[in-house]
Design a protein around this ligand. Sequence first.
Ligand code: PEP
Length: 256
Amino acid sequence: MRKLVAAGNWKMNTMLSSAGDLASALAGKVKQDDSIEVILCPPFPYLTTVKEKVSGSSIQVGAQNCYHEAEGAFTGETSVGMLQDVGCDWVILGHSERRHVMGETDGAINKKVVAALAKGLGVILCVGELLEERKADKTNEVLETQMKGGLSGVSADDLKNVIIAYEPVWAIGTGVTASTEEAESAHDFLRKWLTSNYNAESADSMRILYGGSVKPDNAEDLMSQRNVDGALVGGASLKADSFGGIIDAAQKLAKG
Ligand code: PEP
């Protein structure tokens, strides 16, 4: 049985006080519940504060990026060790904004994936197609390239510390959500890819989250699909009420 995940990607939003308030409100809601995993990914400067505010709850904290080198002359970058030092359990890698706004390639993403896993930091690896790629019927081809590229050199054992997030780019921040059929079909493809490229056991235990305009009113339908194991949430993770509604939906499904 795969444990559902509700992960919030705050992107470049919140300020110190609002980040703290949001984390406190969610910690008060989630408490020690461990029927699902809740992960908050605030901007770098607020990781420590968010970590403090969620202490005593079961909420985990993740970063939105990292660099593959351990230390040195890499101005503006943040190492895996630094993230672990401030209490991160996870790092989001390969988000579509990093790919399409910052120009990150599968090769660059893979170096980060390998560096994070080598130090035991969990990776939420995002994959997803552009609208024109979907229209050209290239969704599976794109997903395959991103999975192959992002996970190059990653062993089945290291895969235990990876969560995949399927995030169709056309659904991110647009208010347009993939239909349950579109989401399930992509997730099914990803799980089959994991079976063929790793093994059935790894594929069966891997969490594959859906991301793209998830809200409290569509979360339950999406997360109840057979191969959808939770949600990576952007906009709706910025308010305690809306992310709380998504957490409620996941807890309801987890508890049957
Ligand atoms: C995201 O940024 O990962 C995301 C899914 O954003 P949104 O929920 O706002 O579409």
